[in-house]
Design a protein around this ligand. Structure first.
Ligand code: FDA
Length: 297
């Protein structure tokens, strides 16, 4: 990361909450379920699917983890009532992995059980490497009950190749670069090397005939993925492209539609917008320029 980016991250602590809210409005579909449903109806009307995420992580008490679990169940109910093309993405630390393994496992099972009833799907988001093993274990348990769940693999982790190898073939993976600040002993740091590994892992996933969500905004990488798809003659029902709500992707979306590729938007919503926005800016300090532009609109 260069000096300018480090400086922006340093300045973040002085940006008032109202200014961060300007960014939040772009990257977050509101604070309530009703806001999120409205956003998803709009996404669906553009021939794109969605996945909903309630903002938040690292829940520390059982009562709150149950409350968030119930909110996910309510979302699944609303998705069914409103006939939305949408599933849910859940962070293990949000529903209890910091409390203990039993709590997070039971909460996932409750949500999965409701998703089975409503014919829906649950994605386990992948968080930091501290809980990669735990997340994979939960996923393997859920898969024993039903195939209606998916996992995430991070291309920056050296271990990901073995993880894909050890997973069965009839599963659903989201492949992303990885967002957490991991130690160089376990994670690739060079952006070009991460991209090389991304393509290597994607080839492995295709070889295993696993369904994959190709989650990246990196246009060069997307084009390399499309080349691989073309060369290997991968059927369009074996993958989808995924991007985060609010990230400008119009040119790529046109390209996806032209090729008949399925598209899914990751839609975060909820009261915890502040921490999420700060994380987004840290990930991509260029976003901070949006604040300045918006201030003068
Ligand atoms: P890269 O960071 O190279 O960005 C490519 C281009 O896109 C750059 O030009 C950049 O400016 C632009 N860009 C990227 N992010 C932007 C943003 N937020 N706003 C505006 N422009 C942006 N990670 C993880 O560890 N666990 C997970 O479960 C998930 N889940 C997930 C779901 C989906 C649908 C996506 C798209 C991403 C994730 N991620 C994730 C995050 C992922 O690991 C990664 O950190 C980000 O997507 C940024 O990497 P890119 O592949 O987009 O490339």
């Amino acid at each position: 990361m260069n000096f300018a980016n480090n400086f922006i991250i340093y300045l973040l602590r002085f940006i008032p909450k109202w200014a961060v809210k300007i960014i939040a409005n772009r990257y977050i579909a509101g604070t309530s379920i009703n806001h999120a449903i409205k956003a998803i109806k709009k996404i669906n009307s553009k021939n794109q699917s969605a996945t909903l995420d309630i903002l938040g992580e690292h829940t520390k008490d059982i009562q709150s983890s149950s409350q968030i679990t119930n909110e996910y169940i309510e979302i699944l109910r609303q998705i069914q009532i409103n006939k939305l093309d949408c599933n849910v993405s859940i962070k293990p630390t949000h529903i209890g992995s910091d409390i203990n393994e039993n709590t997070v496992m039971n909460n996932f099972k409750k949500i999965q059980s409701y998703a089975i009833k409503t014919n829906n799907f649950v994605r386990l988001d992948m968080e930091s490497s501290k809980i990669t093993d735990l997340t994979l274990n939960i996923y393997k348990e859920l898969m024993k009950i039903n195939g209606n769940s998916g996992i995430v693999v991070q291309a920056y982790l050296y271990r990901s190749e073995n993880d894909i190898e050890s997973l069965p073939n009839n599963i659903n993976i989201r492949l992303c670069k990885g967002i957490y600040n991991e130690d160089e002993s376990i994670a690739i740091k060079d952006p070009d090397e991460i991209n090389k590994n991304y393509i290597k892992l994607l080839s492995m996933i295709f070889k295993k005939n696993i369904y994959v969500g190709i989650a990246t905004h990196d246009k060069k990488l997307i084009k390399n993925c499309m080349e691989l798809i073309k060369n290997k003659k991968i059927s369009t029902n074996k993958f989808e492209f995924q991007y985060l709500y609010g990230v400008p992707m119009n040119d790529m979306i046109k390209l996806f539609h032209k090729n008949n590729f399925k598209i899914r938007v990751y839609v975060p919503f909820g009261l915890n917008w502040y921490n999420y926005s700060i994380r987004r800016i840290k990930e991509n300090p260029k976003i901070a320029t949006y604040i300045i532009k918006n201030l003068f609109k």
